[in-house]
Design a protein around this ligand. Structure first.
Ligand code: AMP
Length: 305
C-alpha cells in the first residue's frame, strides 16, 4: 500500500560548528518521502517555486515517489535557515521565507484520494486538515507538528487531533502542549486530545510510544559517533514509521508501531550522517536492515548463555 505525504518542500541553509551549506533540499515532506520510499510507494503533496532544481524532481521519480501532487508556482521555493550550537543539540532558526508557501492550498489529484496511509508531516495544522478533508476514509493517519503551531494555531491543532491515529512530537512540544513536566503524564494527556497513539521523540535519547489500554514502549536512539547535520531527523523518523506501516501491515497494532519506531529511528540515524538528504540518497535497504538488526541486539537485556 502507498502512503500520501504532505509537508514542506524547502531550500535550506544550514550552519553547523564545522561548516555552512546553502540551497540544500529540505522540508518536512522531502525528508519524510525519501525515508518512506524505502518501504512503500509515496504520493507527495507540496509546493515548489520556479527556482526549484529539476534534478530533485528526477531524484523523486527515481525513488518511485509520485509527484503529481507537487504544485509548481511562479516565485521562490520556501526557504529556511538554521544554525546549530556546538553540541548539535540546540538550533536557532536564522530566517524563514514562506515564498510560494504563503498561498498554498493543496488540491489532491483524483489518484491520491483513496490512499490508505497518510503522513501529515510538519506544516500548518489547517493545511493538514484541508488535505484530510479531501481523502476518502484513510486507514491510518500519522501527523507531526512543532512548537510554532502549538503556540500560534492551537485551536487548528485541537481540531485536527481527533482525526489522527498517531501523533508524533518532541519532548519539549509535549510538555508545552500539556503543561506537564513528566513525559509519561504528557503522553497520556495528549492521547485524551484525540490521537489513539502518541510518539514522543527525545532526540539522542530515543522515543516513547503510548497506546490505548496503557500500552507503552520506550526505545533508545541508535548511537552515532559522527553527526554532520541533524536537520530533518524528526521528519525522517516520521517518514520511516509511516512508510514501514504502509508497506508491511494492513491493520496497525501496537506491535507494528514498536517495529515502525525502530525503523524510523534507523532511518533518522542515517539522515544525520550527512547534510540535507545526501545520506538517504545513497542508502541501501541492506544497510537499513543491518542497522535494524544491530539495534535489536543492542536493545536486548536478557541474553541466553
Ligand atoms: P526538523 O529538523 O525535523 O525540525 O526539520 C527541519 C526541516 O523543516 C527543514 O528542512 C525546514 O525546511 C523545515 N521547516 C522549518 N520550519 C518549518 C515550518 N514552519 N513549516 C514547515 N517546515 C519547516
Amino acid at each position: 500500500m502507498s502512503v500520501l505525504i504532505l509537508g514542506s518542500i524547502a531550500l535550506d541553509t544550514v550552519k553547523t560548528p564545522i561548516e555552512e551549506r546553502s540551497d540544500l533540499l529540505g522540508g518536512s515532506a522531502s525528508y519524510a518521502a525519501a525515508a518512506a520510499s524505502f518501504f512503500s510507494p509515496v504520493k507527495l503533496v507540496g509546493i515548489v517555486g520556479s527556482d526549484f532544481p529539476q534534478s530533485e524532481f528526477d531524484f523523486w521519480r527515481g525513488r518511485k515517489i509520485d509527484i503529481e501532487g507537487v504544485q509548481r508556482a511562479e516565485g521562490k521555493t520556501f526557504r529556511w535557515s538554521g544554525e546549530y550550537s556546538w553540541d548539535l543539540n540546540t538550533r536557532e532558526t536564522r530566517s524563514v521565507a514562506l515564498n510560494v508557501f504563503e498561498n498554498f492550498q493543496p488540491k489532491l489529484p483524483a489518484s491520491y484520494r483513496k490512499t490508505d496511509f497518510v503522513l501529515l508531516a510538519n506544516i500548518a495544522p489547517s493545511l493538514q486538515s484541508h488535505v484530510l478533508d479531501q481523502m476518502e476514509r484513510p486507514r491510518f493517519v500519522v501527523a507531526d507538528t512543532m512548537d510554532l503551531w502549538i503556540e500560534t494555531t492551537r485551536s487548528d491543532l485541537d481540531t485536527l487531533l481527533p482525526r489522527v491515529d498517531l501523533l508524533i512530537l518532541n519532548d519539549s512540544e509535549a510538555r508545552e502542549m500539556t503543561k506537564e513536566t513528566s513525559l509519561i503524564k504528557a503522553g497520556r494527556a495528549i492521547r485524551k486530545f484525540g490521537p489513539r497513539y502518541v510518539a514522543i521523540k527525545k532526540g539522542e535519547h530515543g522515543a516513547l510510544l503510548f497506546g490505548d489500554q496503557n500500552e507503552f514502549f520506550s526505545c533508545g536512539a541508535y548511537p552515532l559517533e559522527d553527526i554532520h547535520d541533524p536537520t530533518g531527523a524528526g521528519d525522517t523518523f516520521a517518514g520511516g514509521i509511516a512508510g514501514y506501516l504502509a508497506g508491511t501491515v494492513s491493520r496497525v497494532h501496537f506491535t507494528d508501531l514498536r517495529k515502525a519506531m525502530i525503523y524510523g529511528s534507523v532511518l533518522a540515524s542515517f539522515a544525520v550522517e550527512d547534510f540535507s538528504l545526501d545520506r538517504l540518497r545513497n542508502l541501501s535497504m541492506a544497510e537499513i536492515e543491518q542497522r535494524y538488526e544491530t539495534f535489536k541486539l543492542m536493545s536486548q537485556f536478557e541474553v541466553s548463555a
